[in-house]
Design a binder for this molecule. Structure first.
Ligand code: ADP
Ligand code: MG
Length: 626
């Protein structure tokens, strides 16, 4: 048993080096690969960028038959198939982007057994032509990528995912079924098991932390000024700026463009051709700064994205962590900065309330609406908390976390602790006396004694709390309400017009007050300096030759690195693939530092496998030895 295990792992490690150029497996990969190879179903729950694809690609190469990979998006399939073919694995995709002719041809090759791995859109599975193929083919595994799409608890529910088990049942022999997702919510996990009918799966849940990512939330008076500062600090590097609307994308794109930055843009309002072209400009580093809506990014495995800025708050933390997680896939330090504005909440709410969800019935629709409102609230609290942001995220995803990571604005900003016991009591009393019927705006107006149309109409000027906090600044009052909400004393309802309610914890506090202290920021963006330096002295490899490099690379190494990059760009152009698919930045940096002079030495570097050594080894050695 143990010997067999070792034997299989040895083979798997061989393929890892041969096709992907890596020496060691990451957390969770071996366990999933072994389970699959022993014929067990598997469920891998690992964060974005942790390497889920290899968990099914490597077994796929070792199993006798074909592996079908169900994947929700065309861009996702394309990227993966390109990377596989580049690494020397025969793979193909079948989706609506193919003409009928191309589709027939691909199926023909598939029937001939030409492909080891076939990516397929879920809508295709039950079509006649595909079923005909599948019923004759030797299918060893069905791998369901982004499998949270099967769950209504997930953020991207796709009804077509519900058909997967039906497809599997129609196969002559039940293959191994494996499922992968970055969504850790327990309900989603449970749904995936049940809906996909996983048979006693091996479940592997790795930690959700991405240590190399720095997290920050800012609430700037002028977002554009902040944005410009960040983009300038990362000059020559690749980054993504997410906006919540097409209009905002257009505006920010224009703004950065006239300020001279190499930007492109992506949203659903552009033609297919333009979107594809812009995406390519970004991926190939011709225009390394992308301004986009959340339509952009799924399946883009660009490893050198050094920062992801959210110009608006997204609608839930699942989306945020996924989008922010596109930074630093190469494991080097990268920044995730969210520019929060009060208006963002209303925009997100509008999106949630107006989403058509045509494929659902009324009951489902209502259920999903409720859940989305709840998620939005948690997202907003992320923007308001003064505590460790990483801890907040990990806690949300049900992961263990310490309260101090030292690599987020929550930990790095400098705060003073102020006593807010009395302030909190007064706020809570006011909410209570006004019978928990009003939002934060009305409550704060009441406390400050403002005779607005609303406070007068609702006769709030008769409350004992009216004007009780007259001399207190609006900033401090708002912060106090946020503090009470984030700490669970107040509940902000998720209705269209959010109302403040007192939670049980709040009521207990009113009955038996204890001292409450709140963090108040005194030095703004102290974190910026630290973040710019990077935590572990990481390199800063720019997209343009000539860009700033790391402290790690001394002058001569730096020059060599730039020459290696030039060669990489030449090869990428010849083969018409993105540069990072040839070798990623990390691999080139290692080459520049270790300066291998033989093929054997080259093979020792992370990211160089035997396939790529054959293809590119001589040319890189020429530069290295030159
Ligand atoms: P996920 O699907 O989990 O978001 P991917 O499968 O796209 O992540 O992998 C992210 C990156 O990590 C890819 O560039 C991949 O080549 C790399 N990677 C995967 N496994 C390893 C490994 N064992 N060692 C080094 N890099 C790896
Ligand atoms: Mg993936």
């Amino acid at each position: 048993m143990e010997d067999e295990r070792k034997e299989l792992l040895g083979q798997a490690a061989g393929l890892l080096k041969k096709y992907f150029g890596y020496d060691t497996f990451r957390k969770g990969q071996e366990e999933l690969i072994l389970a699959i190879l022993s014929g067990q179903d598997a469920l891998g729950i690992m964060p974005t960028g942790s390497g889920k694809s290899l968990c099914y690609q490597i077994p796929a190469l070792m199993m006798p038959g074909i592996t079908l990979v169900v994947s929700p998006l065309i861009s996702l399939m394309k990227d993966q198939v390109t990377a596989l073919n580049q690494a020397g694995v025969h793979a193909a995709w079948l989706n609506s982007s193919l003409t009928p002719n191309q589709y027939a041809k691909a199926l023909f090759y598939a029937e001939q057994g030409r492909y080891k791995i076939i990516y397929v859109a879920p809508e295709r599975l039950l079509t006649d032509s595909f079923l005909r193929f599948a019923s004759c083919a030797d299918i060893s595994m069905v791998a369901v990528d982004e499998s949270h799409c099967a769950s209504q608890w997930g953020q991207d529910f796709r009804p077509s995912y519900l058909k997967i088990p039906e497809f599997i049942r129609l196969l002559p022999r039940r293959p191994v079924v494996s499922a992968f997702t970055a969504t850790a919510a327990r309900k989603v996990q449970e749904d995936i098991r049940v809906i996909l009918r996983l048979n006693r799966p091996r479940v592997v849940l790795t930690g959700f932390d991405r240590e190399n990512l720095y997290f920050e939330v800012r609430q700037p008076k002028k977002k554009k000024v902040d944005l410009l500062g960040i983009v300038e600090r990362h000059k020559g590097e690749s980054g993504i700026i997410y906006c919540s609307t097409r209009k905002a994308v257009e505006e920010i794109h224009q703004f950065l463009f006239v300020n001279g930055y190499p930007v492109t843009r992506y949203h659903a309002g552009l033609s297919d051709a333009e979107r594809a072209g812009n995406q390519e400009d970004f991926v190939y580093d011709r225009l390394p700064v992308m301004v986009a809506t959340n339509a952009f990014g799924m399946g883009i495995d660009k490893s050198n994205v050094r920062y992801v800025i959210h110009y608006n708050m997204p609608k839930d933390l699942e989306s945020y962590y996924q989008e922010a997680g596109r930074a630093g896939r190469d494991g080097e330090p990268a920044e995730c900065i969210l520019l929060y504005g009060k208006k963002d909440v209303a925009t997100a709410q509008m999106f949630i309330e107006s989403s058509p969800r045509e494929d659902l019935d009324d009951a489902q629709r209502l259920l999903i609406l409720e859940r989305e409102r709840e998620r939005l609230k948690k997202m907003q609290y992320y923007c308001l908390t003064k505590n460790c942001l990483r801890a907040y995220i990990l806690d949300y995803f049900g992961d263990q976390a310490s309260h101090y990571c030292g690599n987020c604005s929550g930990c790095l900003n400098v705060y003073e602790e102020i006593d807010v016991t009395e302030l909190c009591r007064t706020v809570l009393n006011c909410v209570w006396e006004s019978r928990q019927r009003y939002g934060a705006g009305v409550i704060l107006d009441t406390l400050r004694g403002s005779r607005t149309a609303k406070t007068l109409q609702y006769r709030l000027d008769r409350l004992p709390q009216f004007g009780a906090l007259e001399g207190t600044g609006m900033d401090l009052l708002e912060q106090t309400v946020h503090f009470l909400a984030v700490e669970g004393y107040l509940d902000i309802t998720t209705d269209r017009y959010p109302v403040l309610r007192i939670s049980r914890k709040g009521r207990e506090f009113m009955e038996e007050p204890h001292a409450l202290t709140m963090k108040k920021q005194i030095v703004k963006q102290q974190a910026e300096k630290t973040a710019a330096g990077g935590r572990s002295g990481g390199f800063r490899a720019g997209a343009n030759a000539g860009a700033v490099l790391s402290d790690d690379l001394a002058g001569e190494q730096n020059a060599l690195f730039l020459r290696l990059k030039e060669l990489r760009i030449r090869i990428a152009k010849e083969e018409q693939v993105p540069a990072y698919i040839v070798f990623n930045d990390k691999t080139l940096v290692q080459m520049a530092i270790r300066q291998p002079s033989t093929k054997a030495q080259l093979l020792e570097i992370q990211g160089i496998g035997t396939r790529k050594l054959e293809k590119y080894g001589d040319r890189f050695l020429e530069v290295l030895n030159g």
